[in-house]
Design a protein around this ligand. Structure first.
Ligand SMILES: Nc1ncnc2c1ncn2[C@@H]1O[C@H](COP(=O)(O)OP(=O)(O)OP(=O)(O)O)[C@@H](O)[C@H]1O
Length: 612
């Protein structure tokens, strides 16, 4: 019969500490956060026994230079001997969770993983804890070492309930024990704690956190405390803000202040917010706490209902987080809508600075679009204007889909008094397409460059006869570029020619451009693709007979010159429309320039010669 030997896993504690410090904790200073969190949890547990109980946390720096020791003391619930063995000395065991779903289950404590205390070994070679349980029993001393050993001793004296953790600075960790740093970090992590945190050194006894303003518990009251709210924003986030929006949720368990960023922000900029869990700072990089469109604010959020991950820097992406995100987004949205009604100048200021963010939100929410559309800025043939101003023109609003399309037709459209909006910037075309759904008298339409030509005037039958031959020569000159020529009358008369592409001819041009830069194999694949376009993919070059130069060229009766001029005007029209040119077209431009200079020179010589 086979015998089976059973063994227990052994944990190499120093190896584990190494992993935690290198991979879980972003910086050794988090040891202070973990100690404060334990103190906060111990105070919460004691408060559950006695609701009148007043918590306090004290940090004390003692010892000479080589023996600096930090003592963190709380008057929380303390530990009894069996709890020390069970929770303090057992890694991964926490007094604050329990059950299968302890990682994500909601508790009134911050800690849940049973590993936080290990972070102290990043800065100290020993953790000494004196503790007295509020439920009685002897006072205890526990000493834990990073090699996984610990000792426990009953004290002869009886301490008052609570816990003191002693950490002696290990060589190299001195900055983490400097009074100024400790002061800064105690404030950083604990500024919103509702009971006093003190730092005592031989020189001073400092209260770290000021009394909590009323709007922490009731964010809606922040509206009336402008100066104070802005000052807190500057102190906590290190930036001067000019405006803010209070954040509330229906349950009241998550709240905050969304500070409007004083400068415009890039759409792709990281949107990070500072989140306090049960009044302690857990993350200043929380990205997923607000909807994506809210990139114009930096928030202070406090919550007692979200579940932090073990690194504490993020929150579990669960249903509740999703609801909180939606509710915080709603709070911002309704405040903006409230401004639209009662404080439009304030909203205009925000839109002026953060149009992109406002457009992102409006694209997601047509109701919001309906309310704020009039202040959204757009680039148009009437200039950079707010949509409200454009609507007041009472005209149909045409919009392009791309910046290139807009550039191609803007001067022609302007001359025809068409109101065209550049829809090439992100959200703009989308918003203009949505507009008629929410604004009853808004009439918007997508404009294609070729549509502009519909307003051009045809030649009279007599003109058609007169220019028949010249048009045919011009047309033949551009055949090799798959471009047909049309002679028309249009405004502005300063514009000699307008090049337009249909969707198909645009695709064909892109294909040709891709072929020029591709390898042989890809080139032949693209080449065979191109054959499917052959027939329909013609672009059009409209010549403007109202333009004096065009009129002279078409009336000169000089076939060679007409051909050259048509080619030259073709490349010129391409450039005006910001179309990338093919190698063949660039070659044509160079040749034409040289030929025209040559022509000019020989004409000059001839006239110079006849004068003599
Ligand atoms: N100041 C304290 N007062 C009372 N008990 C404490 C204190 N500090 C630690 N403990 C006990 O030690 C246990 C382990 O603490 P540790 O910080 O390692 O983990 P945790 O707080 O439970 O969870 P997490 O790893 O999420 O912080 C706690 O569950 C708690 O029972």
């Amino acid at each position: 019969m086979n015998t089976q030997d059973n063994y227990r896993f052994q944990v190499n504690l120093s190896g584990m500490i190494n992993i935690l410090s290198n991979h879980l904790y972003s910086n050794p200073k988090v040891y202070l956060r973990e100690l404060m969190q334990n103190a906060v949890d111990a105070i919460t547990a004691r408060k559950a026994l006695d609701s009148q109980f007043e918590g306090r946390i004290t940090a004390e720096l003692t010892g000479s230079e080589d023996h600096i020791t930090l003592i963190i003391e709380d008057n929380g619930v303390g530990l009894q001997e069996e709890e020390v063995h069970q929770f303090l000395a057992m890694i991964g065991q926490s007094s604050k969770g329990g059950g299968q779903d302890f990682l994500t289950r909601e508790t009134s404590f911050i800690g849940r993983f049973g590993i936080g205390l290990l972070s102290c070994f990043m800065v100290s070679d020993e953790i000494v804890m004196l503790t007295q349980s509020a439920s009685g029993g002897p006072s205890l001393e526990w000493r834990g070492k990073p090699d996984g050993t610990y000792s426990i001793r009953k004290l002869d004296i009886s301490l008052s309930p609570g816990t003191k953790v002693f950490l002696r600075c290990k060589p190299g960790s001195e900055p983490y024990f400097e009074a100024e740093n400790l002061k800064k970090w105690l404030y950083y992590y604990g500024a919103l704690l509702p009971y006093p945190i003190r730092l005592q050194t031989e020189l001073a006894d400092t209260l770290i956190n000021p009394a909590q303003p009323i709007w922490i518990a009731h964010p809606e009251l922040a509206r009336g405390e402008r100066a104070e709210v802005l000052q807190w924003g500057e102190q906590l986030l290190g930036e001067k803000f000019r405006d803010y929006i209070p954040l509330t949720t229906a349950s009241g368990r998550t709240g905050g202040i969304a500070y409007i960023l004083p400068q415009a922000v890039n759409l792709n900029a990281k949107k990070t917010h500072r989140v306090y869990l049960k009044h302690m700072l857990v993350s200043e990089k929380a990205e997923n706490i607000l909807p994506d469109w809210a990139f114009f604010v930096k928030c202070l959020v406090w919550t007692d209902e979200l579940q932090p991950t073990a690194s504490r820097e993020h929150f579990y992406e669960n249903e509740r987080l999703e609801e909180v995100r939606t509710e915080l987004g709603d709070a911002i949205r309704s405040e903006l809508m409230r401004m639209a009604e009662y404080d439009p100048d304030r909203l205009k200021l925000i839109i002026g600075q953060h149009a992109l963010s406002m457009k992102a939100l409006a694209a997601e929410d047509t109701h919001f679009l309906g309310i704020i559309h009039r202040w959204l800025p757009f680039e148009s043939t009437y200039g950079q204007k707010e949509l409200g101003e454009l609507l007041r023109e009472g005209q149909k609003i045409y919009y392009t889909l791309t910046l290139d399309e807009y550039r191609q037709i803007t001067h022609v459209a302007a001359a025809q008094s068409l109101l065209v909006v550049n829809g090439g910037y992100i959200y703009d075309a989308e918003l203009l397409a949505l507009l008629p759904q929410v604004v009853t008298d808004a009439d918007t339409e997508r404009l294609l460059p070729e549509d502009v030509s519909l307003s051009f005037t045809d030649l009279s039958p007599e003109e058609r006869r007169q220019y028949y031959e010249a048009t045919a020569i011009a047309d033949a000159a551009l055949q090799r570029f798959r471009c047909q020529v049309q002679l028309k009358h249009f405004r502005p008369e300063e514009l000699p020619a307008l090049y337009t592409l249909s969707k198909e001819s645009a695709d064909f041009r892109s294909l040709e451009a891709a072929k020029e830069v591709s390898t042989d194999v890809l080139g032949s694949v693209l080449g065979s693709l191109g054959t499917t376009y052959r027939n329909a993919a013609y672009s059009t070059l409209y010549f403007n007979l109202d333009n004096p130069l065009v009129s002279r060229v078409f009336n000169a009766g000089n076939q060679a010159m007409l051909q050259q001029a048509v080619e030259m005007l073709y490349v010129n029209a391409l450039m005006m429309g910001h179309y990338p040119m093919s190698r063949q077209e660039l070659g044509l431009m160079n040749q034409s320039i040289v030929r025209f200079i040559d022509w000019g020179l020989s004409n000059n010589n001839q006239s110079g010669g006849s004068e003599q």
